[in-house]
Design a protein around this ligand. Structure first.
Ligand code: ZN
Length: 694
């Protein structure tokens, strides 16, 4: 239209010149008219070309979009009951699933028409679906055409020649195949190895409730009666056989499944824990109990009473449940860590993240209407998994929570302390535990659990969520969120026990508690502890202390092999070369090393100690050891003078004192096993703990 209008306007303006200009001749007018006709012709042709191009584009694009726009396809796809095939083949009742028929094949019997269909639920395809009799005629007549959507009002699961067959007893056409126009989604054959796990498609009646009128019935009645399910004609044998086939897809469906028939809650109707919100009130969830607190009493302005809490977990997430007063008494004994339970009804409210560490945004308070049942069907409830950390690595988790597994080495009696803040008396029991990292830590169990603690020496203790603190170096303590178990049936428990039985007689451990606050893994002690009695113990006495050097003794300097890691004293071969026996090599290069005896003192005592090169090098500090070595040959007075400058400096020393026998004379020999500069913050922390202890 536009080119045509433009053309007419153009012509009009050209003629207008003649109408209002008298100087133009007739010949001019004629010439102009000829020119205009030519222009109109060109414009007309141009317009035709334009119109043709536009029409062709439109025709082509309409072809391309056929049969349906993507949004329509999505709409149809969303009507499919994804995962239904898998659930049905696992004998889970699915109400009115919607399938797409992908193909059909005539398989008549003597008496009747019969078609075998390949159907898709959008996620899986299955090729053993049978349609018979009058219904099969609908396929024959083309009423049920390829790609049509069928709502299956009734179906039966049969086993024919070791194959599961879904008999579509009452399919209803929702959308014809010609209207759908193609395969929806990218379903994978249920039997194939590439099939997605069935746990991806947990039947979720709550989420679908608004889209499907049939589901409303479910919404109102999560306690569906399995006995009324159409496929209940199946024997228990059939159930377990068919379940076994897809064990990998469907977790631990087992013949135990049949046990639930007598229970009131139907595990097959459980919705994912992650879908729980305050807006769903008639929910049913199934999960494994991952932790359980002890009974606790509370007493505040609102009243007082007893409560306990537990967490349950399924594939989708975990959530905290709390039971007060009557519910506490009712459910406490029933809830056991590691069991799978079904829970229905209760008050859903936002989670108090200060006290819970579950993934859900919500937590549940159980009430009078709440129903809990232990459930044998563990489908979709992963085993409790621990994330055990070595005791050796505890310092990495200060302030945090970890899971630990350890051997009980010592159990102390229950003790009480008065909490300063609240002036309340708290129960505590401390244990010493050790694990395969040969590390010992003090563990404190607080509250009622301290009183009821049943663990004994050499038992394996497993704690989920123990708090790591830097009190006394490293110490562990339980909180109300911790779960303590003694000798639970875990592979790791057996492994740790057998390790401990092997090594316990010769086990040397490092203790992190009260010791790690210093530079070394050793007890803090004072020099007065270095006595002949203590040094006479099998391994002598090892300790760390802050002490001051008060007198440097005679230095012993020698030339050593400079090869890294060797450090062997060299033998002077007399020709300017030195021999290292260890490296079996002659060399003219060497490094000086220093052995020293010197006196150290703290407030309690002074002791002569011996220090080897690895430690003396730290005392020498900035001074060039090789320069000192040369001085030991040329000017021992100068050397002594330099070494005397080390006097009256203080360090944290790690000392090892042993009784040694020399010429029938026993004496205590104290070696410096470590030298470190004083970290005053750390040292003050140690002293503070010491004050608290005393
Ligand atoms: Zn060497």
């Amino acid at each position: 239209m536009c080119p045509l209008a433009a053309c007419l306007l153009f012509v009009y303006f050209e003629f207008e010149k003649f109408l209002f200009d008298n100087n133009k001749s007739y010949a001019d007018l004629l010439k102009c008219v000829q020119q205009q006709i030519k222009t109109i012709k060109e414009l007309f042709l141009y317009s035709i070309v334009c119109v043709c191009v536009i029409s062709i584009t439109q025709i082509l694009s309409s072809f391309a979009l056929k049969p349906q726009s993507p949004t329509t396809m999505d709409h149809y796809f969303n009507q499919l009951t994804q995962g239904a095939i898998g659930h049905i083949l696992n004998n889970v009742k699915i109400e009115n699933p919607v399938f797409q028929m992908l193909a059909y094949k005539n398989m008549p019997t003597e008496n009747q028409v019969r078609y075998r269909l390949v159907v898709s639920d959008g996620a899986y395809t299955y090729q053993c679906c049978i349609i018979m009799g009058d219904l099969a005629l609908k396929v024959e007549k083309g009423e049920f055409d390829r790609f049509c959507l069928l709502k299956i009002n009734r179906y039966m699961l049969n086993e024919i020649q070791n194959r599961q067959v879904i008999v579509l007893a009452d399919p209803k056409l929702i959308v014809s195949g010609s209207q759908v126009g193609g395969k929806l989604g990218s379903p994978v054959a249920w039997d194939s190895a590439d099939a997605p796990p069935l746990s991806n498609f947990i039947p979720n009646y709550h989420l679908n409730a608004q889209t499907n009128s049939m589901d409303v019935e479910f919404e109102n009645d999560p306690f569906g009666d399995v006995d009324s399910a159409p496929m209940n004609k199946f024997s228990a044998n059939n159930v377990s056989n068919s379940a076994k086939k897809h064990k990998n897809n469907y977790g631990q469906v087992s013949s135990r499944q049949t046990n639930q028939m007598s229970n009131t809650l139907n595990p097959q109707l459980a919705c994912p824990i992650s879908s729980i919100t305050p807006y769903s009130n008639k929910w049913l969830i199934k999960g494994r109990v991952t932790s359980k607190t002890n009974k606790r009493t509370w007493n505040n302005a609102k009243g007082e009473g007893v409560l306990f809490a537990f967490d349950i977990k399924d594939d989708s997430g975990d959530i905290r449940m709390t039971a007060f007063k009557a519910e506490c008494e009712k459910f406490f004994d029933m809830i056991k860590v590691d069991d799978v339970v079904l829970v229905s009804r209760g008050q859903v409210k936002p989670a108090n993240k200060q006290f819970t560490r579950t993934s859900s945004e919500y937590e549940i308070t159980l009430n009078q209407e709440s129903i809990i049942e232990v459930c044998n069907d563990q489908t979709g409830c992963p085993n409790v998994s621990y994330d055990f950390k070595n005791l050796e690595s505890m310092q990495e988790y200060f302030g945090g929570f970890v899971d630990i597994i350890a051997i009980i080495k010592q159990v102390n009696d229950v003790d009480t302390i008065i909490q300063k803040k609240t002036n309340k008396e708290l129960l505590k029991r401390s244990l010493i535990i050790v694990d395969s990292s040969k590390t010992e830590v003090e563990l404190t169990i607080w509250g009622e659990e301290a009183l009821s603690f049943k663990g004994e020496i050499e038992d394996v203790i497993v704690i989920r969520g123990v708090k790591v603190s830097d009190f006394n170096g490293v110490s562990l303590s339980t909180t109300t969120n911790s779960t303590v178990e003694i000798n639970p049936a875990l592979e790791e428990v057996y492994a740790l026990k057998s390790w401990y039985n092997r090594v316990k007689d010769n086990l040397q451990t490092n203790s992190l508690t009260t010791k790690m606050s210093g530079a070394f893994r050793a007890d803090w002690n004072q020099l007065s502890e270095i006595t002949p009695e203590n040094a006479s113990q099998e391994n002598g006495i090892v300790m760390q202390t802050k002490a001051t050097i008060y007198q440097m003794g005679k230095p012993n300097m020698y030339k050593a092999c400079e090869i890294v890691g060797c450090n062997k004293k060299l033998i002077d071969t007399g020709n300017g070369f030195y021999r290292c026996e260890k490296c079996a090599k002659d060399t003219n290069r060497y490094q000086w090393r220093l052995i020293m005896t010197f006196g150290i003192a703290d407030h309690s005592k002074n002791v002569w100690v011996q220090a080897f090169p690895d430690q003396t090098i730290k005392l020498v500090g900035d001074r060039d050891i090789n320069e000192l070595g040369e001085l030991s040959l040329s000017d021992t007075n100068k050397l002594d003078e330099i070494l005397r400058t080390i006097n009256f400096s203080s360090y944290i020393f790690k000392l090892r004192a042993r009784m040694e026998h020399f010429n029938d004379e026993a004496r205590v020999r104290t070696q410096v096993a470590g030298v470190a500069p004083i970290n005053y913050q750390e040292y003050a922390g140690y002293m503070l703990n010491k004050i608290r202890e005393d």
